[in-house]
Design a protein around this ligand. Structure first.
Ligand code: MRU
Length: 359
């Protein structure tokens, strides 16, 4: 019998001066943790996807900056700030698409530049800010769960793509948080998890974390969802997001767009669950979102074994853009946002930007 604390998956944590991450490259075979005591290893963990998922990446980068700050011995504030700027640059370069990374680094750098006092005060403020971000992430996932669960009925079957669960956040999850919240309300939900080629986050991570929580889940390959929809076996789809433009166009794991097209054709509602930190109001539409392209080996090899002809050319974008017309609503910690998105999403903009626009 597991104790409560063993049951809760905390993907990103601060533990006695070190960062503790679930090593997502070891799942589903082993639940292993890595302990990080050097900020450079944080950039490496994000790059190699030891930690992945937009909110988890952002919170890890925030802790990385707090950790890096602790190690700086600088004789002046200017030198300290310049070392922090360098670290921020390295972390920003670790992955391009999930805006939560840039949001988190910017928020931490505001603390660096705006905290009054000496260097020790800034170091303390940085760790406090990072821990606040971790706590806020869990809280906003709970709120998304609260709002999103209203969309689900007892007995529903939900399609999801990639992993937008506890493993993609600090804990609880965005899309999977909605399912967890519905289950907590005693609604019986069955999840179909797209395998999510090439890295198989759906099969390896989503199936693992739902099964661990006793939430019924069936894995399908990415090409099977249309048949399920045609057979009337999917009540709705809920996915996460890596970056959402002002008009609602949404970058998420490659294959999300396919799922949304299929959902539209079959009249299945398609929801995106994401915190406000995933919205990028500097971008008018999805075509401006940078899409990461990863190594061909992710496509040509499965578990280290080559399954493609040697040397065959490969295209491997890690994300796609789902046009806002295909999205039924955004489940956020501030409520559910329905079309027209351009107008209704503007309400989520931080107060500061809104004032800048109206000025
Ligand atoms: O490449 P990944 O595994 O980092 O991609 C993750 C996704 O696309 C998730 O669906 C997204 O970050 C939402 S996480 C709450």
């Amino acid at each position: 019998m597991k104790t409560e604390s063993e049951k809760i998956l905390q993907t990103v944590a601060w533990d006695r001066g070190k960062i503790r991450l679930i090593d997502q490259t070891a799942l589903p075979d082993k639940l292993d943790y890595v302990e990080i005591s050097d900020w450079r290893e944080v950039a490496q963990a994000i790059r190699t996807m030891v930690v992945r998922g937009a909110p988890a990446i952002g919170c890890t980068a925030a802790l990385g900056l707090a950790l890096g700050a602790r190690g700086i011995i600088a004789e002046s504030r200017a030198k300290f700030e310049s070392r922090m700027d360098q670290m921020a640059g390295v972390l920003r370069a670790s992955r391009p698409t999930a805006v939560n990374l840039f949001w988190a680094v910017d928020r931490m750098m505001r603390v660096v530049h705006e905290t009054e006092g000496n260097i020790v005060d800034i170091k303390d403020a940085l760790i406090n800010e990072a821990l606040t971000m971790l706590a806020e992430d869990i809280e906003s996932n709970r709120r998304m769960g609260h709002y999103g669960a209203e969309l689900l009925q007892d007995g529903d079957t939900v399609l999801t793509h990639c992993n937008a669960g506890a493993l993609a956040t600090v804990a609880y999850g965005t899309a999977l948080g909605v399912i967890r919240a519905a289950m907590e309300q005693n609604k019986q939900i069955h999840v179909y998890a797209d395998e999510t080629r090439p890295r198989m986050q759906g099969m390896k991570l989503t199936a693992w974390e739902l099964d661990r929580d006793g939430i019924p889940v069936t894995v399908i390959t990415d090409s099977m969802a249309a048949v399920l929809m045609r057979q009337g076996k999917i009540n709705c789809a809920i996915v996460g997001a890596d970056r959402i433009a002002s008009n609602g166009d949404t970058a998420n794991k490659i294959g999300t767009y396919n799922a949304a097209v299929m959902a539209k054709f079959h009249n299945v509602k398609f929801y995106v669950a994401a915190p406000v930190s995933t919205f990028d109001f500097t971008l008018p539409s999805g075509e401006h979102i940078p899409i990461e392209e990863r190594e061909s080996v992710e496509v040509t090899h499965i578990e280290g074994i080559r399954v493609a002809p040697a040397g065959i050319p490969v295209w491997n974008p890690a994300f796609d853009i789902t046009p806002h017309e295909l999205i039924s609503g955004f489940i956020t910690e501030k409520g559910i946002i329905y079309p027209p998105f351009e107008q209704n999403l503007a309400r989520l903009r931080p107060e500061r930007d809104r004032q800048a626009i109206s000025a």
